[in-house]
Write a protein that binds this ligand. Structure first.
Ligand SMILES: O=C(O)CCC(=O)C(=O)O
Length: 362
C-alpha cells in the first residue's frame, strides 16, 4: 500500500481527533469531482429525504426544496454507487491510512454522502456518533468560517462523555472550536467520537461537502449498501478500487451471521456496552464501553475478531477514567436524569415537549 500520513500528521490526528489535509485533491481530479457533483445535482437537485438513510430504509428522492433547517442538507446517499469518482477518495493513501489509524485495519464503508448546507442554515448541535466510526470531509466548494462546515471540539475524542452532559448548550459555539474551512479539494479526517456538529451557514452562499463515513466491522451490523445494491453492482464498484481499499466494499451474508453469533456470545454487560453503530447518548453505556473496550493492546489489528472500534491502541495507552468524569457538569447530569425519569412516566413525553416549547428545558 502507498505511504499515507506522516508521523507528524498522525500526531495531530491523535491529539486533536481531527486532521486538515489542504489541497489533497486538486487539478484534473478536482475538476472531475466537481463535474460529477454537478451531474448528481442535475438528477437529484434536492437530494434524498433526510432521515430515510439513517432509519436504514431505501432513500426516497426529495421532490422539492425542503425547509432550511439544520437537518435538511439535501443528502445524496451512496453517491459512490452512482459515480465511482465518489468512492475513489476512500483509497487515497492519506485518507485510507487516517481511517486505519483511528479504527484499525478492520473497517468497511458506511456511506459516501454529498450534501449541501444552504445559506441561512443554523448550527447542528454538538454530538458524538457511535464509537468505531470515522469520517473524511472533502470540501466541494470554498468554505469559510460559519459557512456550513463540520464543526468539532478538538481533543474531545478520548475519554469524553456525550456533550449534552458537559455543555450547557450543545447548539452554542464552545470556547475552542474547529471548523472544516478551506478551499475546494481540501480534506479533513475526523474521529467522530469527538464532539462535533455543523457550523451555521451565514454566507456568502450554499456550500457542499462529500462525507466519507467508515465503520468498524465490529459494529456488528451489515452496512446499508449491502442490502441496497445487488452483489454484481457491489462487485463492480469494488473492482474499481485499488487492491488496498477493496475491503471497504466486502461484506457477505456469512459475515452478518458470524457477527450476530459473536454478539450473542458476549456476556450481558459487554453486549450492552459494545458498539452497534448507533449514536452515543448514554453516559453510563459510553463509560462502560471505554472501560471494557479501550486501551487493549490486542486491538492493534481487529481483522476477523470480535472487537470494538478504536483499534489504534496508542490512542488509549494513557487511558485513565478521571477525564471522563471531570468533563461532566453535575447540574446537566441531574437535569438529564430528571428528564429521563419524567419521560418514562405516562404523559411525561408531552410534558417535556411543553417545557421545551416554553423554554424551561432543552
Ligand atoms: O453535516 C456536517 O457537517 C456534520 C455531520 C455530522 O455531524 C455527522 O455526520 O455526524
Amino acid at each position: 500500500m502507498p505511504p499515507g500520513l506522516t508521523e507528524e500528521q498522525w500526531e495531530v490526528l491523535k491529539r486533536d481527533g481531527a486532521l486538515y489535509l489542504p489541497g489533497l485533491i486538486r487539478g484534473d481530479e478536482l475538476r472531475r469531482l466537481q463535474e460529477s457533483v454537478s451531474a448528481l445535482r442535475r438528477d437529484l437537485p434536492y437530494g434524498y429525504v433526510y432521515g430515510t438513510e439513517y432509519s436504514r430504509t431505501t432513500p426516497k428522492k426529495q421532490e422539492a426544496a425542503p425547509p432550511v433547517d439544520p437537518l435538511q442538507v439535501m443528502p445524496v446517499f451512496d453517491s459512490g454507487f452512482m459515480d465511482p469518482v465518489f468512492h475513489e477518495f476512500l483509497a487515497k493513501p492519506e485518507i485510507h491510512d487516517g481511517f486505519e489509524r483511528i479504527l484499525g485495519k478492520d473497517f468497511v464503508l458506511d456511506n459516501t454522502i454529498v450534501h449541501t448546507v444552504r445559506l441561512g442554515t443554523k448550527r447542528l448541535p454538538f454530538h458524538k456518533d457511535a464509537h468505531g466510526l470515522a469520517l473524511a470531509v472533502v470540501l466541494l466548494d470554498k468554505c469559510g468560517w460559519d459557512n456550513g462546515g463540520t464543526s468539532f471540539a478538538p481533543a474531545t475524542h478520548i475519554n469524553s462523555p456525550p456533550p449534552s452532559y458537559c455543555m450547557e448548550d450543545v447548539r452554542a459555539r464552545p470556547s475552542a472550536e474547529g471548523q472544516t474551512v478551506g478551499a475546494a479539494g481540501d480534506v479533513y479526517i475526523l474521529c467522530v467520537d469527538a464532539w462535533h456538529g455543523r457550523a451555521a451557514n451565514i454566507g456568502p452562499g450554499d456550500t457542499s461537502k462529500l462525507m466519507l463515513h467508515v465503520n468498524s466491522r465490529t459494529n456488528f451490523r451489515a452496512p446499508a449498501w449491502f442490502r441496497r445494491f445487488a452483489p454484481e453492482e457491489v462487485a463492480r464498484a469494488r473492482a474499481k478500487l485499488p487492491p488496498h481499499a477493496r475491503h471497504l466494499l466486502e461484506w457477505s451474508h456469512e459475515e452478518t451471521q458470524q457477527r450476530q453469533q459473536e454478539l450473542a456470545a458476549l456476556g450481558a454487560v459487554k453486549r450492552w456496552a459494545v458498539n452497534r453503530g448507533e449514536g452515543c447518548h448514554s453516559l453510563l453505556r459510553s463509560f462502560v464501553h471505554f472501560l471494557l473496550y479501550a486501551n487493549r493492546r490486542d486491538l492493534a489489528d481487529a481483522r476477523g475478531k470480535t472487537l470494538p472500534g478504536y483499534t489504534s491502541a496508542p490512542m488509549f495507552q494513557t487511558f485513565s477514567f478521571a477525564p471522563y468524569w471531570r468533563a461532566l457538569k453535575l447540574k446537566l447530569v441531574l437535569r438529564r436524569l430528571l428528564a429521563s425519569a419524567i419521560y418514562a412516566v405516562p404523559g411525561g413525553k408531552a410534558l417535556i415537549s411543553m417545557a421545551r416549547a416554553r423554554g424551561f428545558a432543552r
